[in-house]
Structures are given as structure tokens and as C-alpha cells.
Design a protein around this ligand. Sequence first.
Ligand code: PLP
Length: 451
Amino acid sequence: MQDPVFNLIDAEKQRQSEGLELIPSENYVSKAVLTAMGSILTNKYSEGYPSFEGTPGWQEDKIATEILENYRYYGGQENIDRIERLCIDRACRLFHADHANVQPHSGANANEAVYFAWCDPGDKILAMSLPAGGHLTHGSPVTRSAKIYDFISYGVTPDGDIDYADLEEKALKEQPKILLVGYSAFMKIPDFARIAALKEKLPHTLFMADMAHVAGLIAGGVHPNPLDFGFHVVTTTTHKTLRGPRGGLILSKGNVASPLKKPEKTLENIPILIDRAVFPGTQGGPLEHIIAAKAVAFGEALQPNFQDYSAKIVSNAKILASELLKRGFALQGGGTENHLILVDIKASFDIDGKIYEKALDKVGLTLNANALPSDQSGAFRPSGVRLGTPAITTRGLSEPEMVKLAEWMEKVARLCQKAGSEDKLDNFTSDLEKIHLEVQTLARKFPIPGV
Ligand SMILES: Cc1ncc(COP(=O)(O)O)c(C=O)c1O
């Protein structure tokens, strides 16, 4: 008998194939990425790092000769070292970094490692608040880092942009050890130049960006790169717009040297401080099968067609946003400049985000309920929903399908309005089922990659 785990994987394959994924932090990886992830590299322990000799400018065609030594705690690293170096090199090329640490198991681990690398307990970190669109790891009181460091937050303006006056005032007053720009629900392009201009007045502050959501757009050249504006460190996940395996990545500018040396805490030494903070500071053995898959995904993102992909993500999001606006949806910030759309579903149809999420699930459209910056309704019954276009763009959906999506979304919103509560949605099962069949028919025309 087949282990039921595999039956469930098959069921999930079917769910992904027959539905449309609108969660903005999800994507579909290629067959090559899946293959690397599922490889025998998972068998290997390789605590430590490959040699950094030759960085930057290390060439892929010299793989066979460039690994001179390593800083590993286990033998048998000759292949692993080359894979990790390849991954580091591709990440640096993709994002114009001097150094990449490709070992963080997730975006949360990457952020935690940067805080640990640069701050002492009690140090101040200035970041966007969670209600404004920041991430949990940027200071939410439920996290471990919020118990260690002193987080101060800035917000957004009513039109959905960063409240730069608030940010500047708090930065100058508090002189934080880290000034962090990053978010999970923010639809504008940050003014990195304006924020980096504060460096003159904050010489001891680490300027950090968490580009988890927009990494693929940066890689594709349709979004500015904070490292090009003088930010010291950029963290990211590798599985959202970047379309790699689930994981984290830390990029930085500065001295790249042996992680065995205990460096002084200077901004120039950030790469070494970060390496030591990831391992042994906050993690154990790296996941080399995931690092190989990151290398494959970065290789894909370095191809010219990834620029077309990322441009298409943004154009699809803009079309979808304007189609939603036409149908009476109120959008935070009035629309989008990236891949994300945040709908005030309460203001649009007088329903809450959770009932709408549940109803859309029933028709095969997946998104998530999300609080709005000024939400009074609490995290479990928020007034908004968040959606985005990275995954559907991977499948090849474009303008006509964006129109169709907006039509379905309006129909479902009106059914929720009529139902009034989640338990009464059952009265509209046949209407929902009709839409579900239409969604399935369209989804089957755009197969997911990798299966
Ligand atoms: C901006 C940002 N940072 C960090 C993370 C955390 O990433 P992970 O879920 O891989 O820990 C996320 C995930 O949604 C995110 O949006």
C-alpha cells in the first residue's frame, strides 16, 4: 500500500493544478528546481563554508580549479563546496552584491541572523509596523527577536506610501542600530535613495532591506535594488517572486574573508559577521539540496526571459488592479506598482476578509485575508484580502484572464454579501460550484510547471 503521505501529495498536486494561486508570496518552481531539491544532496552534512578565495569575479567555468580550501567541519565536501560556491556566485551576480550567504533556511532565519550579526540585546531596530505592511519578523511582539531587541516602528500614509517624515524623524531621534525597509503588504516602490541619504547622519546604523516579496522583480530589473543605493545588507526569501525553493538568502556589500577570523564589528566586515551569525550563530548544518535548488533558480533568473517574466508579473498586477477598481473594489494605495494588491473588502462590499477568503477557496481561487493599515477588526477577521500575480504569471495567464479573474472575484463578493456569514454560504453552493467549474476549465489550460 502506498504511504498515505504520497496520496496527499497527489491530492495537493491536483488542487494546485485545478485552482489558481493568488497568494502573492507563492509561486511554482521549475522541474529543474524540484529535481535539485529532491536529490541525494539531502544526505550530506556540511557545517561551515566553502572557500572564499577568488570572490568576487569567481567564474563558473573555473569550478574545477577554484576551490582551494574550505572551512567545513566534515569531510567529503568536494562537490558540495562547488555547488555552494556556484550558488553564492550566481546570487552575487543577480543582485550586485559582494557577498551572499545562501544558507538561511527561511526568510525569518535570514532576518534573525542579521539582527544577531549587528546588534546586542536591547539595541534599537527601526522597521515598518506589521499593520502598515511590515513582516512579523520586523518587530512583532510575538517573535523572539522582539524580546531581545528594542523595535521601533514607522507607518504608512493614508495613500499607502511609506511615511517618510515619520521614518526620518524616528531615525534621527532614536539613532537605531538597524534601519530596516521591507514589507509583506505594501504596493509602492520605496524611495531607497531618500532613505539611504540618512546614512550621513547615521554613520553607525546598518541600512537593511528585506526584499522577500520583490526579489524576483529586482532580479528581473523591474524594481530598484537597495544595494545599488548604498544599503549595506539585503535579506530575502527565495521562493516568492524569485521562484526558487523555500529558503532564505542574505546579500551584502563589504569585505569578504574567512569566516574563521573573529572580525571587529564594522560595516565593512558585515559579510564575515553575517557568515558567523548564520553558522554557528543561529543555524546548524546547511540544507545543501536546497542550496543546489537555489543555485538552479538563480541560474534561471539570470536568463533574459526572467526579465520578461518579472515585467509580466507587474503588468498583470496592474491590469488586475484596474479591473477590480472598475468593479467597485477599494484598493489600498489606489492600485499597485509591484505584484501585490491589497483590497479593502469591508469598504468595497461590506464583508470581512475571512468570509471572502473562504468563499474564494470554494471556487478554486486562493488568496489570504489580511489586515489593513488602520484595521480595527483584528487579525482573525480583518477587513482586507491580499493577492498577487507571481504564480499565475508563471502559468502564463495574461490580460484576458485578469479580466476573467476580476469578474469571478466580483461575483463571489456579491454572493458573500448576500450570504452575510460563512455558515450561510452553503445556501449558494450551486452558484459557487458554477464559478468553480469555470475556474477549473481555465486552470487546466495553463498547466503548472514541474509536474
Ligand atoms: C518581508 C518578509 N520577510 C520575511 C518573511 C519570512 O519568510 P519565511 O516564511 O521564509 O520565514 C516573509 C514571508 O512571508 C516576508 O514577507
